[in-house]
Design a protein around this ligand. Structure first.
Ligand SMILES: *Cc1c(COP(=O)(O)O)cnc(C)c1O
Length: 376
């Protein structure tokens, strides 16, 4: 993507390009699928590594006015960029943080009776019906209120009378498996439990939930991963545009002979005369070690132009070795960029090889890349 650009400093070993136009496109695509719902955006963990500031800027420009984050620090960033937006905190309410939420107009998502009591007490004390969401646990057994909690809550005098319940939400455990019957079971539990409360706007769908169809959309959808180009379901039918492009520079090219090994642990023995390119990126950059190859298993591949080059041996902290035997000489030159992640190598391709999920690949991308944002 960027190897043709002239404005990259010669000292930059690796380049992370964030394609904001792709982010816009992905948002529009999800929004078009969820016409009757508010299409919010989950921008926790620095917008899954792409950079919350820039992500929120372009999403707000696309008309997104509701954001979800996990921590107060993340909320403060969003508040600066989108001062008028509706902002929800997924992280639950820690004791003593009520005023910090109110100060930046951040709405907590309350998932226990204790959190609700604290928020209600704070609202009474300030004499203001500060809005908050309620999180109902419909089977995930992570955050959220269970049926027994709701029964206690609806008996007067209820702390729910002291503040404004602006959203009732739950979270799906298996939305990445469209055929899993647990999705419908959770949806029905959500119906039953939210009926115990006074009517409020409802939200159930993360990215995977969006693709489960309109019955899962309710009033607000909360996509994260799909916005950033990750696969939301195991079927992968809902292909999104890649937002993250990672390239590393070739530092050195050499030739080695059959029987020689490459890298730490000498895990990969060459079977033929091999041209090796050493590329400047490694596990300290989030190109995780599980992408390594050995005699027993293939690792990740990189792309040089349209040509595939497999990893040789273990991923080091700052370096990888790739097999460039037979690739056009003019492409394999010192200083040239090779694609580690982007149009040819998807986030989920890497995740599959590493035995993880796209979320973990994106949120692990390191901080020492030269980073550029393009918006077409
Ligand atoms: C992270 C998160 C989301 C977004 O999930 P994706 O699978 O990335 O779309 C939505 N809701 C909750 C409660 C979350 O924690």
């Amino acid at each position: 993507m960027a190897s043709t650009r002239a404005d990259i400093p010669p000292e930059a070993p690796a380049l992370l390009t964030i394609d904001l136009a792709a982010l816009r496109k992905n948002y529009r695509k999800i929004k078009a699928l969820t016409k009757n719902a508010v299409c919010a955006a989950v921008v926790k963990a620095d917008a899954y590594g792409v950079g919350a500031r820039r992500a929120v800027e372009v999403l707000a420009d696309e008309g997104c006015d509701t954001f979800f984050i996990a921590t107060l620090d993340e909320a403060r960033v969003v508040r600066q960029v989108a001062p008028q937006s509706t902002l929800y905190g997924l992280g639950g309410l820690l004791p003593g943080t009520e005023a910090l939420y109110a100060e930046i107009d951040l709405r907590p998502i309350l998932g226990s009776l204790e959190e609700i009591e604290d928020w209600a007490a704070f609202a009474r004390e300030r004499g203001e019906r500060f809005p908050a969401a309620l999180h109902i646990d419909t089977g995930m057994n992570r955050l959220g209120l269970r049926a027994v909690d709701l029964e206690k809550l609806i008996n007067p005098p209820s702390p729910l009378e002291d503040f404004d319940v602006s959203l009732v939400m739950s979270h799906l455990a298996c939305s990445d498996e469209p055929d899993n019957p647990r999705n419908e079971t959770q949806r029905q539990t959500f119906e039953t439990l939210r009926a115990m409360l006074e009517t409020a706007p409802a939200s159930l769908a993360n990215s995977g939930g969006v693709f489960l169809g309109p019955a899962f959309h309710y009033d607000v959808v909360r996509p994260g991963i799909a916005l950033y180009g990750g696969r939301a379901t195991k079927l992968g039918r809902e292909a999104m545009d890649p937002v993250v492009h990672l390239e590393g520079r070739i530092l050195q090219i050499k030739q080695a002979e059959p029987g020689e090994t490459v890298g730490y642990g000498a895990t990969h023995m060459l079977k033929r005369t091999t041209r090796i390119a050493i590329v400047a990126a490694g596990y300290a950059d989030g190109y995780i070690r599980a992408l390594s190859s050995s005699d027993a298993r293939d690792g990740a591949v990189v792309f040089i132009g349209e040509h595939e080059a497999p990893i040789l041996g273990r991923v080091s902290m700052d370096l990888i070795a790739v097999d460039v035997t037979g690739l056009p000489q003019e492409l394999v030159v010192r200083g040239a960029f090779v694609e580690l992640l982007g149009h040819h190598v998807g986030v989920d391709d890497l995740a599959t090889i590493a035995g993880t999920i796209g979320y973990e690949i994106l949120t692990n991308l390191g901080q020492r890349y030269h980073r550029i944002y393009v918006d077409e």
